[in-house]
Ligand binder design. Structure first.
Ligand code: HAM
Length: 415
């Protein structure tokens, strides 16, 4: 019997693991520098919070949620994204008064058609700054987002795009204009766009159908139809981005796949992963917290698609720093137990140490020590042990020396 993974779900195994570890370590280091604290929310949430926040007419809510009816009659779902859960947790925890700066890292689930860079379970690193409507916060969040891609080493093949999608006020007027423009083309638009036209016209900019592209190219843009307040806010965001030295491109056609955004929206894209071009995205949400039952305050955040970042790092053959063993203990049949005792001591002293789990030939042990890339092989011969000594072989230079066991830790520390 051979069991296989569930469609769209992947194992993170072997060399991939080191890439994930490195990218997460870079993100966590940045979170410290940007004063962002960790938050962990459950993977399972009530479906209602996503229906309300992401929007009933989005692809995610319409067809991608892993929703099910629980035995008590409630409808639960595997979280498709982290923002709604983070805000639910913020509200559940009494809405702290200070600006909350939170990050989360974990699995998200969307029932999409699996392809390169698109999975049904994927990992996001997300950030939410909750409680400020200042454009400074937008720029700070975008700067953190941009810094991550710089530090990971993807800044040459990833491009930051920003836009403003306006507020409810400017959008209402804009929708009238957009609908007036699109309606005469109704017969030519694809089925999805015809539906979007009725329910959520901004979404037409998401359409990948080449037939629609020509029509949509001529459509009026939200960026040219912002109200004074949104316009001013966007100017401020751009000003702070310049101060923070963040390079970006203005993309007035960018709309996000979730309905909760107001004003600033941004994405990091690449042309190296086919259709899965977004490496991460985010924006401001001015109404979402109150929609979820919290106070009338705003937030801004992003999520990075870690699997796509890793796929790119691996494709580009990025070097990964991998810690190698400090010491590989090599024993003879009569010194195996002393070797085990030394192994425990060396580890207790904080060194990375390994030895065989059963007695084997010295030649085979040396081979494996070589393969492990250990800095030193410590050969525990009976004669040396009698004198409380150990033979240390430098695996790079192949030079060997005998040192006192009592000096081993100092030696490892200073070499
Ligand atoms: P999102 O744009 O839906 O935003 O997802 C963010 C990133 O997750 C995408 O840019 C992509 O890299 C990755 N991603 C999405 N779906 C998949 C998939 N099926 N397979 C692999 N990677 C995927 C959000 O989720 C918002 N919650 C971001 C946010 C936080 N906005 C404000 N705060």
């Amino acid at each position: 019997m051979h069991f296989q993974r569930v469609k769209g779900f992947q194992d993170i195994y072997g060399e991939q693991v080191a890439y994930y570890r490195q990218a997460c370590a870079i993100a966590k280091e940045l979170f410290t520098l940007f004063h962002v604290e960790e938050l962990n929310t459950p993977i399972l949430e009530k479906s209602e919070i996503f229906n309300r926040s992401i929007g009933e007419n989005t692809d995610i809510v319409e067809k991608e949620m892993f929703s099910f009816l629980d035995r008590d009659g409630s409808t639960l779902c595997l979280r498709p994204e982290g923002t709604a859960g983070a805000l639910r947790a913020y509200i559940d925890n009494g809405c702290p008064k200070e600006l909350e700066r939170l990050y989360y890292l974990g699995a998200m689930f969307r029932r999409e058609n699996p392809q390169k860079g698109r999975f049904r379970q994927f990992t996001q690193i997300g950030v939410e700054f909750i409680g400020s409507s200042s454009p400074f916060t937008d720029a700070e969040v975008i700067s953190l987002f941009d810094n991550f891609f710089n530090k990971v080493g993807l800044s040459k093949i990833a491009h930051l795009e920003i836009n403003s999608v306006g507020c409810a006020d400017c959008r209402r007027k804009y929708y009238e204009k957009l609908t007036a423009y699109l309606t005469p083309f109704r017969e030519e638009l694809c089925g999805d766009c015809t539906r979007r036209l009725l329910k959520n016209p901004l979404r037409v900019f998401d359409c990948k159908n080449p037939k629609c592209a020509n029509i949509i190219n001529g459509a009026p843009l939200i960026l040219d139809n912002l109200c004074d307040m949104c316009e001013k806010q966007f100017e401020e965001v751009k000003k702070y981005l310049e101060i923070f030295k963040v390079d970006y491109t203005l993309n007035p056609r960018m709309v996000r796949g979730l309905d909760y955004y107001t004003r600033t929206a941004f994405e990091m894209t690449t042309d190296r992963l086919g259709a899965a071009s977004a490496l991460g995205g985010g924006g401001r949400y001015d109404k979402l917290i109150s929609i979820l039952g919290g106070p009338d305050i705003s937030g801004v955040g992003f999520a990075i698609g870690l699997d796509r970042v890793i796929a790119l790092m691996m494709e580009e053959n990025f070097a990964i720093e991998k810690r190698v063993p400090d010491i590989y203990i090599i024993t003879f049949p009569d010194t195996f137990e002393q070797g085990a005792a030394l192994l425990a001591e060396v580890r207790k002293a904080g060194f990375y140490a390994i030895m065989e789990y059963e007695i084997s030939g010295v030649k085979a042990q040396m081979k494996r020590a070589n393969r492990s890339k250990a800095r030193y092989a410590a050969i525990l011969g009976e004669d040396e042990l009698k004198e409380n000594k150990i033979s240390l072989k430098d695996m790079q230079t192949s030079t060997q020396q005998i040192i006192n066991l009592t000096q081993l830790f100092n030696f490892l520390r200073s070499n």
